[in-house]
Design a protein around this ligand. Structure first.
Ligand code: NAD
Length: 480
């Protein structure tokens, strides 16, 4: 494997360019908010069809920017996007419809209902690990709910976002500028927050705090989708074969750069040795290649990860863990071999700090409940999983985990289930994407009261107050 060092995109929107993009999005929002949900569903389904027809192009761009296997681009970025489109477009007419509100019987001459009103311009600030799926899925939901989108992609995956912007425009099915990309780093992210009515941020917990604070100072709502430290809890009665395969896939797919990916495995003592023996050949069999073909994993995307992984492995080794693999194979191309960390302990960084690389620390615990307590003691709460053949026990353990996304014999496929709200508890996030609440979040409620009859008479509780009317109303309101 060879190649040159990688740099973030040099594209950085000037303040004038960011303002022009914001103005375009604002103009498009004014047009788009007047469409019906039915019209938006129809247009956006056609948009997805047009994008999917250009699959070869977008998979090449995503592969170039991330080095991920082409199969992963197809399944995780594009296939999952298609599943979200299916659910969102079928659910939107129900979720976004006006809802009649019940009313006090004494106010029977009024009609009350709730309308969902688009927020206007939604600002998306996104990471590099899923450069198509994350911006596309959130933009799609925002647009379906009647908003325009200002997208600040990661500076490491600018091309993918620009491709999306261009491909949407090329369909000519949406108002011009409905999705506008503002490339660059933190300054562009701040410009997008300032120009939007709502922010959806996906990225690290540290940056999420800064983004939420900036939005809050402007009284703008924000949804935060942040980092995690997925604890996989393997009970002695689990199907160890499936659990070991899951650990390898969920820790090493996307070269480990998945927010919900397995970051540490707790195994009950009776199953520990057998689990480790099953794990080793599965990791050894992974095909790591840069060309994306016949590959299980490729390179890392973000250069500092190479040193972060080495630092965590070194720390673990220094504290007595046995590390298998994890060598830097090609620093210039960010290629790090997958690693297993055996005899891991909670005082090792690899067990408590987000790794975001193909590393599988395995720690022995006496009982699954011990692992639940260790997991809950951490500050993150994104994803977790429990592995056991006793599904009732699994679901009880799952309910005790303080995470937004949990699986029983299931590692981390929640994203593909559009109907399931997706997000974290504690320091892993605020708010949810997907599910009914994810769509509703891109709207505000407007409560509507319509007086139906009588036409001319004032309501009884209006001026002038008098005791005779008040007595009648007290009775109607059930007051003694
Ligand atoms: P990051 O926080 O470094 O950057 C995220 C985005 O924020 C980038 O576009 C960046 O340019 C921008 N940004 C940086 N500083 C900013 C500022 N001050 N104001 C506004 N924007 C700013 O994260 P990353 O390295 O790109 O992504 C990796 C992280 O994302 C991991 O922690 C991972 O767990 C998390 N992640 C979470 C989810 C989820 O759904 N919960 C999904 C994917 C990734």
């Amino acid at each position: 494997m060879s190649g040159a060092a990688r740099f973030p995109s040099a594209l950085e929107a000037t303040p004038e360019e960011a303002a022009a993009k914001a103005a375009a999005a604002r103009r498009a929002a004014a047009v788009w908010r007047r469409t019906t949900v039915g019209q938006r569903v129809k247009a956006l389904r056609s948009v997805w069809k047009a994008l999917a027809a250009r699959r070869e192009e977008i998979r090449a761009v995503v592969h170039e920017e991330t080095g991920k296997p082409l199969v992963e681009v197809d399944l995780m970025e594009l296939g999952a996007a298609g599943l979200l489109v299916d659910w969102m477009t079928s659910a939107a007419p129900r979720v976004l419809a006006d809802k009649a509100a019940s009313k006090p019987w004494s106010l029977f001459n009024k009609r009350a209902y709730e309308r969902r009103v688009p927020r206007g311009v939604v600002g998306l600030v996104t990471p590099w690990n899923m450069p198509f799926l994350i911006p596309f899925g959130d933009a799609f939901a925002a647009m379906l709910a009647g908003n325009a989108v200002l997208l600040k992609p990661s500076e490491w995956t600018t091309k993918t976002a620009l491709w999306l912007e261009g491909a949407l425009a090329a369909t000519a099915l949406l108002p011009e500028g409905l999705l506008s990309v503002v490339p660059g780093g933190a300054a562009s992210g701040e410009a997008v927050i300032d120009a939007s009515d709502m922010v959806v941020f996906t990225g690290s917990t540290k940056t999420g705090r800064a983004v939420a604070a900036r939005a809050a100072m402007q009284l703008k709502p924000s949804i935060l989708e942040l980092g995690g430290k997925h604890p996989m809890i393997v009970c002695a009665d689990a199907s160890l074969e499936r659990a070991a395969s899951a650990a390898v896939w969920a820790a090493c797919s996307n070269a480990g750069q998945v927010c919900v990916g397995v970051e540490r495995v707790f195994v009950e003592a009776d199953a520990y040795d057998r689990f480790v023996e099953l794990l080793k050949p599965k990791v050894a069999a992974l095909r790591q290649k840069l060309d994306g073909k016949d590959a299980d994993l490729g390179r890392l995307v973000f250069p500092p990860l190479v040193d972060r992984i080495q630092d965590q492995l070194e720390d673990a080794r220094g504290k007595g863990a046995r590390v298998i693999g994890g060598e830097v194979i090609d620093r210039a191309n960010l290629v790090v071999a997958p690693a297993i960390v055996l005899d891991a302990r909670m005082d090792m960084k690899v067990m408590t700090e987000e790794t975001f690389g193909p590393v599988i620390p395995v720690m022995k615990v006496s009982r699954a409940e011990e692992a639940v307590a260790l997991a809950n003691a951490g500050s993150e709460g994104l994803a977790a999983s429990v592995w056991t053949t006793d599904l009732a026990k699994g679901e009880t353990l799952a309910a005790a985990l303080e995470v937004g996304l949990v699986g029983v014999n299931e590692p981390a496929s929640h994203y593909a289930f559009g109907a399931l709200p997706f997000g974290g508890m504690k320091q892993s996030g605020m708010g949810r994407r997907h599910g009914d609440e994810g769509l509703l979040a891109f709207t505000q409620s407007q409560s509507v009261l319509v007086h139906e009859w009588p036409d001319a008479a004032p309501d009884l509780w209006w001026f002038p107050y008098d005791e005779r009317k008040a007595g009648f109303l007290r009775k109607l309101m059930g007051l003694p």
